[in-house]
Design a protein around this ligand. Sequence first.
Ligand code: HEC
Ligand code: HEC
Length: 363
Amino acid sequence: MIIVFIMFKLLTRSASVAALLLMGGCALLSSRCPLEETECLRRTYSRAPQYWPRPVIDEGVRWRELAPISTPQAADSPKVRLGKMLFHETRLSADNSIACRHCHLPAYGFAEPKKVSSGVGGRLGRRNSISLLHLSEPQHFFFWDGRARTLEQQVLMPISDPVEMDLSLSKVVPRLAESGYAPYFQTAFGRDIDLQGVADALAAYLRTLRPQPTRFDRFLLGEADALNDSELRGLHLFRTKARCLNCHSGPMMTDGLMHNLNQALPGRPAQDLGQYAHSGRLEDWGKFKTPSLRNLSRSKPWFHHGLFVNLRGIVAIYNNGMQFGIPANAPPEAYENRLDPLIKPLGLSPSERQDLTAFLEVL
Ligand code: HEC
Ligand code: HEC
């Protein structure tokens, strides 16, 4: 009996040692296999993200791993339903013609397929409409130039903006009262219509929006063949040599922070000094908010000025390290280099640029 027990112990111990050896061997194999080989990349990226290759992240950068999109919580409360009604309400504009939805179209990732937006009376704004699909994540800057600091503060600003809805905020409550909104505010907040309720309802609705899951989400959820070879190599480049994860990280692929990418275009017709224009601090010169890259193909054209219409071109300017000439008539401040130090020339080969573009197209 004792002999049998000892033999059993020995056997199970050697079995677990063998299992351990086997696991270690596999880990060694997969970390040793050459990542330039697509088959090896696929094997490595088929594992959970904690086993993925270490990304290229500069010192001091706070980042999160890429992750699948979550489903909305409490998507159907009376507050959210009211927010959705308000989002579609043209009476929130001076001439009853424009609702939020006018420039944030669901089919275009809640952005708009135009270079810059037009509001009441066809008045043109200065910037490209930004996608609203990332607002479920807590963040500290709103608008391309970060001039609003909470979503509740932000959502009232388009209403009174003269080139958007152009309605004085003092008129909002009477307009909604005339339109029969009182019962909806009672159900949502247990009180009469007020501006705080308008802001809270709109913000609550926007926080329920989510990007459409794509093949990339299926890949992240374990379907190893959901990305083709080129897209897979693009994912690896995005996290490593191309340095994109330094700013476009987490499930929504944004750090929600402000960066200068030399897009202020000083001295040119589209000059826009970004955060500096409202803060007046030189360190904010040309800074814009990192947009989410989820459902990117829907929110074309891109960047705050809407001047970029193809993703290959965007990859090319990142590859060049965002170097642009400065015209002679630019303000003197423009000559000092304030490019974000996270932006560097990348040295991507033509086929690597193609792979990175293919990855961006699947987001
Ligand atoms: C006339 C077009 C237009 C209308 C109408 C409009 N927006 Fe916008 N929206 C834009 C543009 C353009 C931007 C980017 C502007 C900027 O950054 O200066 C923007 C930015 C935003 C942002 C910032 C998102 C972020 O990540 O920082 C939110 C939120 C938003 N709009 C919500 C709304 C809501 C809510 C309404 C209705 C009350 C509305 N918008 C009406 C064009 C419009
Ligand atoms: C230093 C931070 C930073 C890094 C690194 C970075 N980005 Fe960006 N990205 C931004 C900011 C900020 C913007 C918006 C700039 C603007 O509009 O002026 C942006 C805009 C974009 C856009 C346009 C999205 C839209 O909705 O308009 C794309 C596409 C993009 N980046 C892809 C990439 C890729 C690919 C890489 C890696 C090669 C990368 N980014 C690296 C910060 C960064």
